[in-house]
Design a protein around this ligand. Structure first.
Ligand SMILES: Cc1cc2nc3c(=O)[nH]c(=O)nc-3n(C[C@H](O)[C@H](O)[C@H](O)COP(=O)(O)O)c2cc1C
Length: 186
């Protein structure tokens, strides 16, 4: 997935990058550098009332020991953004490396079957916070939003971990960005 936008190069520019061509070149170079940052790859669960979603996301990191805070960067147009803003909760699920195909199933709003308790056919249960947690997750963090930092095109939601656990063996290899041929960001 390419970086969103298409509105032309984005500043600021280092000294000496003055012409349109230089700016284009620098913009591409900076994107390539950003793409080399190593990331994990997750499914984020979100919920407001009876509306739920699951979304593929790589911009996730722990940001504090005490309290236990985890942050995720979410695009403002995403349905997930709406649900987290209104519901104030999210879950972060790691996925087994062998299940990499799952990533493509969570790139647009999912079909929720409340009777079968599935998101796009994948079984879920509601965590302590109320956010959906995939049964197939290797491990999961259940979070309540403590801060929402406006970052322009994205919001960085910082959540406190209110519950956590494993569904699979602790040493199961989990999915990373490098396991896909996709880019996000840059
Ligand atoms: C490999 C990959 C990584 C992604 N990482 C993020 C991310 O970190 N943050 C984000 O907002 N969207 C990310 N997306 C895009 C979302 O999965 C999704 O397409 C979009 O945000 C809409 O989700 P929605 O169902 O909430 O509307 C990524 C997509 C792919 C394929």
């Amino acid at each position: 997935m390419a970086a969103p936008g298409g509105a032309g190069p984005i500043g600021p520019y280092p000294e000496g990058v003055d012409s349109d061509e230089d700016r284009e070149d620098y913009d591409k170079l900076r994107r390539r550098v950003l793409w080399t940052l190593p990331y994990g790859l997750y499914v984020v669960g979100s919920r407001h009332g009876e509306r739920r979603n699951g979304m593929t996301l790589n911009w996730a990191t722990q940001v504090s020991f005490d309290p236990k805070l985890v942050g995720i960067g979410v695009e403002k147009p995403a349905f997930t953004h709406e649900l987290i803003t209104e519901g104030g909760v999210f879950s972060l699920c790691t996925i087994a490396r062998e299940d990499r195909a799952v990533v493509r199933k969570f790139t647009k709003p999912v079909e929720v079957d409340l009777e079968a308790r599935t998101l796009n056919g994948f079984e879920f249960r509601d965590g302590t916070s109320g956010a959906p947690i995939l049964a197939m997750a290797v491990a999961w963090l259940d979070c309540e939003v403590r801060q929402a930092v406006d970052c322009g095109g994205h919001t960085f939601f910082i959540g406190e971990v209110v519950d956590a656990g494993f569904h699979a063996e602790e040493d199961t290899e989990v999915l990373r960005m490098e396991d896909t041929r996709m880019n996000y960001g840059g």
